[in-house]
Design a protein around this ligand. Structure first.
Ligand SMILES: Cc1cc2nc3c(=O)[nH]c(=O)nc-3n(C[C@H](O)[C@H](O)[C@H](O)COP(=O)(O)OP(=O)(O)OC[C@H]3O[C@@H](n4cnc5c(N)ncnc54)[C@H](O)[C@@H]3O)c2cc1C
Ligand SMILES: *[C@@H]1O[C@H](CO)[C@@H](O)[C@H](O)[C@H]1NC(C)=O
Ligand SMILES: *[C@@H]1O[C@H](CO)[C@@H](O)[C@H](O)[C@H]1NC(C)=O
Ligand SMILES: *[C@@H]1O[C@H](CO)[C@@H](O)[C@H](O)[C@H]1NC(C)=O
Ligand SMILES: *[C@@H]1O[C@H](CO)[C@@H](O)[C@H](O)[C@H]1NC(C)=O
Ligand SMILES: *[C@@H]1O[C@H](CO)[C@@H](O)[C@H](O)[C@H]1NC(C)=O
Length: 618
């Protein structure tokens, strides 16, 4: 389209009814110093065609994998490197330093370095170290685990399911360059923030990775001036900021402020977390993190800068709030509501082998704890717990805005029941001047570097009220899915509908009556064969998660912490919101420049040839 025709189209679109719901884009990142253009639709004419493939009689259009003739030339990668100010890296897996060579797609590289190997080995379980790597994942299963640290440097080290190149982006223009390059060259694109994703959505075989972790700006807004009716405090948070960073920065304000973050100190805010919804210690009182978003700055799959808020690109705004990670745009920053921090009480409860080795006594205690879960969230609590055989570890109970006496009164009927049942336990109660003090004291760093499959399910009020014994039977199945296997669970008691009865996001409507969201974990030995992996995936989907689903009526689970291969993921992740999200995906990214497993509109997509080539059914 010529420039004058484009202007005409823009003019025409601006007079169309509903033009405000149209596409408002910019060519510059800063909304203050660049002007808006209204487009009737995004233009995809510069996108490269996909490569065709046929497998089992099915025709696919595929992304260009390394080694194929369509793979961009060295000159093209060099020119991308120039566009991103030299910040393009060849990705070498973090365990490669313990191996003599990395047999990568670009050739064999000498990688052994004794000191670096000692560091990688010592830090393999460290979340902070793993987050700081260019493209590593905390949960390694979906990297295919083909290059872990080893004491035998002769062990092979191959790419597995990692990306080939990484842009260590420091400016919006670097992110745009990566999106444009992927679209114009039909290369798989992965956005990687902290690498927390449980199910491999921040890694992908043969991809160009954009690392957003350097986007660390935090800007406080004393009084938000819209659009929208909200007028309180707000904060704009860069794409790479982690939970602990924003909470520490809020604590340093006078008076101290908080935002709704995850329980995990190292999870990001503005990346996959918020696009999945984002639950944490404030969720019972304030809803999901996504319910508290006021605006995003983002870049579309077409490479345009956009603001998404209640007025501009309102449909994109809604979809980015819980509609699924890596699906609609790459987020540069999010603006969220802030809240004054307030005095809080916390508690810990343990029932483990220190207290009893009688499995029946222990299960009776665990069942009593879960029976009272509706009561806990109905009193405004958030509770995080872990469940392993003979170990119930509730750390912590969180009572924001309550005194320790008030928390003790909420917990009393449960503790009385434990006493009546003859279940020994350990319970401690603490009071803190702010929630932040509680958070630092009672939440812990978790471990990186293990290989596991993860599933999960939500139990609502009705499930707990009418079928707690059935839920406990399902827990027994998760911990012991088969005589040769064991699993474990992480539970989160919260109800976004307590403090935010009306959803303000694209999250599943069923969440508004949640009580317990469970993550089910099945460890996988690194080096497992494809057949062993298929067997374990089957156990996760059809034994562990099936037991949880069978004990519940909620029909709901959490896109960020669930089995991507479960049946009916569309309705389980989004319920009645799904058709709208799929339509928005086709509007904002019809070609699949972005792709993450089991996100809106990806029904036709598959990773064929043992998890390598990303393709769409034609
Ligand atoms: C130890 C641990 C604790 C957790 N605790 C919680 C919790 O308390 N509450 C909760 O809700 N979840 C929790 N999670 C799950 C968490 O929400 C997901 O792991 C989520 O994917 C993390 O997002 P990230 O951006 O930090 O991670 P990444 O793995 O880097 O990215 C995740 C996904 O988001 C996409 N993405 C990242 N950045 C952007 C961007 N700027 N624009 C567009 N797409 C992007 C990636 O492509 C990928 O698809 C936890 C996970 C772990 C491992
Ligand atoms: C990109 O350029 C920088 C600076 O010139 C260089 O160090 C780096 O190796 C280049 N990356 C690639 C993939 O060639
Ligand atoms: C992934 O791991 C499996 C073993 O589970 C192996 O057979 C396969 O070759 C690996 N693929 C890649 C690309 O690393
Ligand atoms: C567990 O609780 C049930 C039901 O209250 C009771 O019948 C049983 O005796 C208890 N088991 C133990 C070992 O206390
Ligand atoms: C068992 O409970 C005690 C408190 O009584 C606690 O100190 C210990 O860490 C717990 N063990 C496990 C494995 O959680
Ligand atoms: C939540 O569950 C309770 C108990 O089953 C029920 O009374 C209530 O109507 C439910 N609320 C919503 C919003 O579904």
């Amino acid at each position: 389209m010529t420039a004058s025709l484009l202007r005409l189209a823009v003019l025409a679109a601006s007079f169309l009814p509903g033009a405000l719901g149209g596409i408002i884009v910019r060519s510059e990142p800063d909304p203050a110093s660049s002007s808006n253009t209204i487009l009737p639709r995004l233009d995809w004419s510069d996108a490269a065609a996909s490569e065709t493939a046929t497998l089992n009689g099915i025709n696919f259009g595929c992304k260009c994998a390394p080694g194929r003739s369509c793979w961009p030339s060295a000159a093209k990668w060099n020119s991308l490197n120039n566009t991103v100010d030299g910040r393009l890296l060849v990705h070498i897996p973090p365990g490669a330093v313990c191996h003599n060579t990395f047999q990568g797609p670009l050739g064999t590289v000498q990688t052994y370095d004794a000191a670096a190997c000692a560091e990688a080995t010592a830090n393999w379980a460290s979340e902070d170290w793993t987050v700081a790597q260019p493209a590593a994942n905390l949960w390694t299963y979906f990297t295919n685990d083909t290059c872990r640290p080893t004491e035998n440097p002769a062990d092979s080290c191959t790419l597995g399911y990692y990306g080939v190149y990484v842009i260590m982006a420091t400016k919006p223009a670097h992110v745009k360059a990566g999106i444009d390059f992927a679209r114009r060259n039909n290369v798989r694109l992965i956005v990687r923030n902290t690498g927390h994703d449980f199910i491999g959505r921040s890694t992908g075989y043969g991809a160009l990775v954009i690392n957003t972790h350097s986007f660390q700006d935090i800007t406080w807004i004393d009084s938000y001036r819209g659009p929208g009716s909200y007028t309180g405090g707000a904060v704009t948070i860069g794409a790479g900021v982690q939970g602990k960073t924003i909470l520490a920065a809020g604590h340093a304000r006078n008076p101290p402020l908080v935002v709704v973050t995850g329980e995990c100190p190292t999870v990001g805010i503005a990346g996959g977390f918020i696009q999945g919804g984002g639950h944490g210690p404030w969720t019972t009182l304030k809803g999901f993190s996504a319910d508290n978003v006021l605006a995003f700055e983002a870049i579309t799959a077409s490479g345009h800068y956009v603001t998404a808020n209640a007025q501009q690109n309102a449909d994109l705004f809604w979809a980015l709030k819980g509609g699924g990670p890596a699906s609609f745009a790459v987020i540069l920053s999010v603006t969220m509501k802030t809240f004054p921090d307030i005095p809080s009480a916390g508690a810990e409860l343990y029932i483990n082998t220190t207290h009893t080795t009688d499995s029946d006594v222990w299960w009776n205690g665990t069942a009593a704890f879960h029976k009272w879960s509706n009561h806990f969230v109905d009193n405004g609590l958030y509770v995080y717990f872990e469940l392993l055989p003979l170990t119930l570890r509730v750390r912590p109970f969180v009572a924001i805005g309550k005194t320790s006496a008030e928390l003790a009164a909420v917990v009393k009927p449960f503790l009385d029941e434990l006493a009546a049942l003859g279940v020994p336990y350990d319970f401690t109660l603490k009071e803190f001047p702010t929630f932040y003090d509680l958070y630092v004291d009672l939440f812990e760093a978790e471990a990186a570097g293990s290989s596991a499959l993860t599933g999960g399910w939500m139990f609502n009020h009705h499930d707990v009220a009418t079928n707690n014994d059935g839920i406990i039977e399902a827990f027994k199945t998760v911990l012991s899915p088969r005589p040769d296997l064991f699993g474990f669970m992480v539970g989160h008691l919260f109800n976004p509908g307590y403090g935010a009865p009306k959803s303000n996001s694209a999250t599943h409507p069923a969440w508004r009556n949640a009580t317990d969201f469970i993550i089910a974990i099945l460890p996988v030995t690194p080096g497992a064969s494809l057949a062993q992996k298929a067997d374990l995936q089957n156990v996760l989907t059809n034994t562990m998660d099936e037991a949880l689903r069978g004990a519940s009526t909620s029909g709901c689970t959490y896109v960020n912490e669930a089995d991507p291969y479960q049946p009916n993921w569309q309705s389980h992740f989004w319920g009645s919101e799904y058709p709208k999200l799929r339509a928005l995906r086709y509007k904002w990214d019809p070609l699949g420049v972005f792709y993450a497993v089991s996100t809106p509109g990806t029904e036709g997509w598959e990773v064929i040839e043992d998890g390598t080539r990303l393709c769409r059914r034609l």
